[in-house]
Design a protein around this ligand. Structure first.
Ligand SMILES: NC(=O)c1ccc[n+]([C@@H]2O[C@H](COP(=O)([O-])OP(=O)(O)OC[C@H]3O[C@@H](n4cnc5c(N)ncnc54)[C@H](O)[C@@H]3O)[C@@H](O)[C@H]2O)c1
Length: 465
């Protein structure tokens, strides 16, 4: 194993934290960017040449990236070739995991990079991986994705794909120019219910789609306990300095694919947004930390609960909510209303105008609880049926494993990915656009058309078997 440990580790890490505080404010002050010219080719239905073995590298192996590494290292057709993180212990731990999982010796030459902020650049240059998995703090997603593609790799980026519209355009243009995939890894699209609802929508079970409801309502104040490294150490600054819906994609991704937004049928048009007062984080910091603690020095500005409404080209509506602060049970809403019924989540419920056999005579009662078994039997997505046994212990109820398996399956078979670069940008654009709407007292904001009009020629996501 190569070792690229460098001296300035502590200095650099301290610098990173300071730099982050300054940079985090870009979440809320995006400019409207005019459509930049593209020198490349449209990536809507793009498939890359097959790879017999995917030489995979990881940037960021903290909480999330180490999970990606653990399941990807188990897959056939993969060789883990490099790992980069700020911290030596993270790199060494993940290298050992990969090494042990590659029993036959398939992950024996893992190049390791830690220390300075930009070590990952050296990794890309020296190792030239086929695919890079980026699971770092949000502000690093765009530069890491862009540089990975420029160095000849397909790139798989954690959510959100980027935090500014300007960076989203750069990602689109780089992907088009380099002809490399850039997929935002929206794992929720691979949940059992989400896959089943997609299947039901495509089969016309609830008729024409009218309206969706999506959310990420997840009380995560406890992350503030991660004061010096880990999620809370950087996300807390976003909660203070950001504006609008800071984490829209888990709820929105599946609903957007039910509606085929950005693919042939319809697309994102505009958004309006409002936030509640920002109280919860301040109260939490006061209650749990001394007056001079850094969490009590922040001026928490971003409203605890954000509510946005997206209007689509066809005139459909999608409500998107976000709250990672207030005490209440987890929900992503996951609701889609059609002319013949509704599919909903948290808890899973289905209402059909025509009823469902003995279980429901019409739409006035929900099919839920034990009654769902028959529905799953009839409408479970073929992908779920094929992969569930293999991936069920992979995290988030199995959705993570299905997503990772599909990524490698698509790369080794030369197939289009299930989520294209434009979808990652549309879904992530809710953050800067909701922030701008709030700054302008709820004024509607137009979505940039990242496809430059080509969405109407992009195939809908088919039901993968
Ligand atoms: N899809 C999901 O379900 C899900 C769940 C959790 C987190 N996430 C996303 O995953 C990403 C990572 O979150 P996390 O909870 O793992 O955070 P984390 O802080 O635990 O991990 C981030 C890692 O990135 C590393 N890093 C930061 N800057 C770097 C640099 N310049 N070079 C190399 N490494 C660098 C850090 O050292 C750290 O180990 C975030 O974008 C988050 O939104 C997604």
């Amino acid at each position: 194993m190569k070792n690229y440990n460098r001296r300035k580790f502590i200095k650099t890490t301290a610098f990173s934290a300071a730099a982050f505080t300054a940079a985090s404010s870009i979440t809320n002050c995006d400019k409207t960017i005019s459509v930049p010219d593209s020198k490349g080719k449209y990536m809507g239905d793009f498939s890359a040449p097959k790879l017999d073995t995917v030489r995979v590298a990881f940037i960021g192996v903290g909480a999330r990236g180490s999970g990606h590494l653990r399941s990807i290292a188990k897959l056939d057709g993969v060789e883990v070739v490099a790992i980069s993180d700020l911290y030596e212990d993270n790199v060494l731990r993940s290298s050992k995991v990969a090494h042990d999982l590659g029993k036959g010796g398939k992950h024996n030459k893992i190049a390791q990079y830690w220390g300075e902020d930009d070590k990952w650049k050296l990794m890309l240059k020296e190792v030239k991986p086929d695919a890079v998995f980026v699971s770092t703090n949000w502000n690093n997603h765009a530069p890491m994705a862009i540089h990975s593609m420029e160095n000849g790799a397909h790139v798989f980026v954690e959510v959100p794909i980027a935090v500014t519209i300007e960076d989203m355009w750069k990602i689109v243009n780089t992907s088009e120019e380099t002809q490399k995939h850039c997929m935002m890894m929206e794992n929720v699209n691979y949940g059992r219910d989400e896959l089943m609802y997609l299947n039901m929508c495509r089969k016309g079970v609830i008729g024409e789609l009218l309206h969706g409801e999506a959310a990420y309502i997840h009380e995560l104040r406890f992350q503030m306990k991660q004061e010096d490294r880990g999620t809370g150490s950087w996300r807390t600054h976003h909660y203070a300095n950001g504006k609008g819906n800071l984490y829209p994609t888990h709820g929105l991704g599946p609903v957007a694919q039910y509606m085929n937004l950005g693919r042939k049928e319809d697309t994102f048009k505009s958004i309006i947004s409002y936030s509640s007062p920002a109280l919860g984080r301040k109260l939490y910091a006061k209650k749990n930390y001394s007056n001079d603690h850094k969490w009590n020095q922040l001026d928490y500005q971003n409203g605890d609960m954000n509510t946005s409404i997206i209007k689509t080209s066809k005139g459909r509506t999608v409500m998107v909510q976000w709250d990672e602060t207030s005490p209440r049970p987890y929900t992503r809403h996951n609701l889609v209303q059609g002319t013949k019924g509704a599919l909903a989540g948290f808890p899973t419920r289905v209402a059909l105008e025509e009823g469902f056999g003995e279980l429901a005579k019409d739409h006035h009662s929900w099919i839920q609880g034990d009654k769902l078994e028959e529905l799953y039997e009839k409408y479970d997505h073929p992908l779920y049926k094929r992969l569930n046994q293999k991936t069920k212990n992979s995290g988030h109820g199995g959705m993570d494993g299905i997503m990772r398996y599909r990524i490698i399956e698509c790369l080794t078979n030369g197939l289009p990915l299930d989520q294209n670069v434009y979808e990652g940008c549309f879904w992530s654009a809710v953050t800067p656009l909701s922030g701008k709407s709030i700054s302008e007292e709820g004024m509607p904001q137009k979505f940039p058309d990242f496809t430059r009009g080509k969405w109407s020629k992009t195939k809908p996501l088919e039901i993968i078997t």
